[in-house]
Design a protein around this ligand. Structure first.
Ligand SMILES: C[S@@+](CC[C@H](N)C(=O)[O-])C[C@H]1O[C@@H](n2cnc3c(N)ncnc32)[C@H](O)[C@@H]1O
Length: 238
């Protein structure tokens, strides 16, 4: 896996406390914003959706409820630890599959998904990594499909904003600049329409790219692994 290494190990370790950490620090304890994101995905019954960088799979139940029994929701992450937690969360939820792969090299064929979501993880993908991931998302979306990214907004309060900037700088200046409002420019290279949606918490925003500028790409050698036994999608993207 191209991005394997310390980040994967970091997330494998973090997965043990991730849900508790989010529950203790998030201003959105009921997961209302995830419902907003799933609503914006506007999935019809029977839809196919991909949740990129799914982590412990917090988005998956919301997406699966909307896609229904005849739909398919795939949670993708490169951390096995995170996916193990997700597996527990979605046990018994029909139409959900978990795939371990890199967001920058998706093991799915062209046009497979009606919508792709990514919650609080897009900033993880460094400059060129973000570009590669967007290219891959555009490739695997059907014509007219949507990519919805939820990210933290720049905080209003001075101290919190300072901490936010410190965190951004620790990620490297280039990446920091990408997070600081350049998403629209980045998205326009891969989608015909781009919309920025404010959420009522003021702390998170949604960037929506609709109408992918598709690029074809040979996926025959892209690695991926199905984590959930009995899943409907296999690593080579049916
Ligand atoms: C902060 S967590 C967010 C998880 C989840 N989306 C949520 O909202 O709780 C970021 C996740 O992105 C995953 N991730 C980061 N870079 C990735 C990549 N290149 N490919 C696949 N997963 C990646 C990490 O393993 C981690 O689970």
């Amino acid at each position: 896996m191209r991005s394997a290494g310390y980040r994967v190990r970091y997330y494998d370790a973090f997965s043990r406390v991730y849900d508790r950490f989010v529950a203790a620090h998030s201003s959105d304890r009921e997961g209302r914003l995830r419902e907003v994101l799933a609503d914006r995905a506007a999935l019809p019954r029977g839809a196919r959706a991909l949740d990129l960088c799914t982590g412990t799979g917090a988005m998956l139940p919301s997406l699966a409820r909307r896609a229904g029994m005849s739909g398919l929701v795939v949670g993708l992450d490169y951390s096995r630890g995170m996916l193990e937690r997700a597996r527990t969360k979605v046990a018994g939820t029909p139409g959900v599959a978990l795939v371990r792969a890199d967001a920058e090299r998706l093991p799915f064929r062209e046009g497979r998904f009606d919508a792709v979501t990514c919650s609080h993880a897009f900033y993880e993908l460094k400059g060129e990594g973000a570009e590669r991931a967007l290219k891959e998302v555009a490739r695997t979306l059907r014509p007219g499909g949507s990519f919805l990214v939820m990210e933290h907004e720049v905080p209003q309060k001075l101290l919190v904003r300072l901490l936010f900037y410190v965190r951004l700088l620790s990620m490297g200046l280039r990446k920091a600049l990408a997070v600081l409002g350049n998403e629209d420019t980045l998205f326009r290279r891969h989608f015909h329409e781009v919309e920025r949606i404010a959420t009522d918490t003021g702390r998170s925003k949604i960037i929506l790219g609709r109408g992918p500028r598709n690029a074809s790409h040979d996926v025959s050698s892209v690695p991926g692994e199905v984590v959930l036994p009995g899943a409907k999608v296999s690593a080579r993207g049916r």
